[in-house]
Design a protein around this ligand. Structure first.
Ligand SMILES: [Zn+2]
Ligand SMILES: [Zn+2]
Length: 266
C-alpha cells in the first residue's frame, strides 16, 4: 500500500506554529528523502473575515493570509511532491462553517473542524464539563459539519476527538454507541466528507502511543467508518517538519485494513 500523503499540516501562517516553519522547511522535512510524501496538503487555520463571529485569535488568520501560501509555494523545491493549498476551517458555535462559498472555491480542499472544544467561551461554554454534555455537543456538531455545502472537496478533521478533556476522553468516546457512529458516518459518506486518520488515534496498539487508554475507542470508531464505506485521509496535524506522526498514521491505516482505494482523492 502506498499512501504517502498527509493533508493536515500547518506552517507559520498558523498562529500556533513557530516562525521557522516555512513552507520550504515543512516540505523538506516531510517530502524529502526516499520515503517522503508524494502528496502534501497544507491546512492552516482559517476564519474568513466575511463570516461574522470570529475570535481575536482567528482575526489575522483570514482568507488572504492563508492563501498567501500560494505565492510562497512559487519558489519552493517540492522534492517532486504534489503540494495542495487547503485550510482547517472553523465551525462556529452556532454551527456555521467559517468561510463563504465564494472564498472556499479558492482552496484546493478544506478540512472542517467541528470539535475545537478547547476553545472555551468561543466554541464551547467554559461551564460545559460534563462528559455526557460534551459528547452530545461533539456528535451534534459532527453531523452539522457533514451538512456543510462547499464547492470544494472537504474532510472532517480529528473526528470526535474531545480536545482538552484528557481525563474524560475515554468516557466521552465510549458513550457514543455503534448506532450513533453509524448514523454519523452514513451522513459523512452521503455528503462526501472524508474522515481523517488523525494523530489522536494513537493508543496502546501502536508502539509510539501517547494517548494510552483511548486507543481502542478510536479503533472502534474508525472500524465503523470503514464498514460504512467512508473514505479517509491522513492528517498528522504536525506544526513542524516532523514526519513520524504521518508514518505512524500510515501504519494505523494498515492496522485497520484501510487500502489506498479507500483513501480520499483530494
Ligand atoms: Zn484542529
Ligand atoms: Zn490542525
Amino acid at each position: 500500500m502506498d499512501i504517502r500523503s498527509d493533508f493536515h499540516t500547518h506552517t507559520n501562517l498558523s498562529s500556533c506554529a513557530a516562525d521557522e516553519v516555512t513552507a520550504q522547511a515543512l516540505i523538506d522535512g516531510l517530502c524529502g528523502g526516499s520515503d517522503g510524501l508524494r502528496v502534501l496538503g497544507i491546512s492552516n487555520h482559517l476564519w474568513d473575515s466575511d463570516v461574522e463571529g470570529g475570535s481575536e485569535w482567528y482575526a489575522p488568520q483570514n482568507v488572504k493570509h492563508v492563501l498567501s501560501l500560494r505565492k510562497e509555494l512559487e519558489s519552493v523545491d517540492t522534492h517532486g511532491a504534489r503540494v495542495l493549498v487547503g485550510a482547517e476551517v472553523e465551525f462556529s458555535s452556532d454551527c456555521r462553517v467559517a468561510v463563504t462559498a465564494e472564498h472556499a472555491a479558492l482552496f484546493d480542499y478544506l478540512l472542517i473542524t467541528a470539535n475545537h472544544v478547547h476553545m472555551k467561551n468561543f466554541i464551547i461554554p467554559a461551564s460545559m464539563t460534563d462528559p455526557d454534555e460534551v459528547r452530545d455537543f461533539i456528535v451534534k456538531r459532527f453531523l452539522a459539519a457533514c451538512d456543510a455545502e462547499l464547492p470544494v472537496k472537504c474532510g472532517i478533521c480529528h473526528p470526535f476527538f474531545p480536545m482538552s478533556f484528557p481525563s474524560s476522553e475515554n468516557e466521552i468516546l465510549s458513550g457514543i454507541s455503534d448506532e450513533q457512529y453509524g448514523e454519523c458516518f452514513e451522513k459523512a459518506k452521503a455528503k462526501s466528507k472524508s474522515i481523517e486518520l488523525h494523530s489522536s488515534v494513537f493508543g496502546p496498539h501502536l508502539p509510539h502511543n501517547n494517548r494510552i487508554g483511548a486507543g481502542d475507542e478510536y479503533v472502534r470508531m474508525i472500524g465503523i467508518a470503514k464498514e460504512t464505506g467512508c473514505t479517509f485521509h491522513i492528517g498528522s496535524d504536525v506544526h513542524k517538519p516532523f514526519a513520524l506522526p504521518g508514518i505512524k498514521l500510515r501504519e494505523f491505516a494498515e492496522f485497520m485494513g484501510i487500502t489506498e482505494y479507500q483513501m480520499t482523492d483530494f
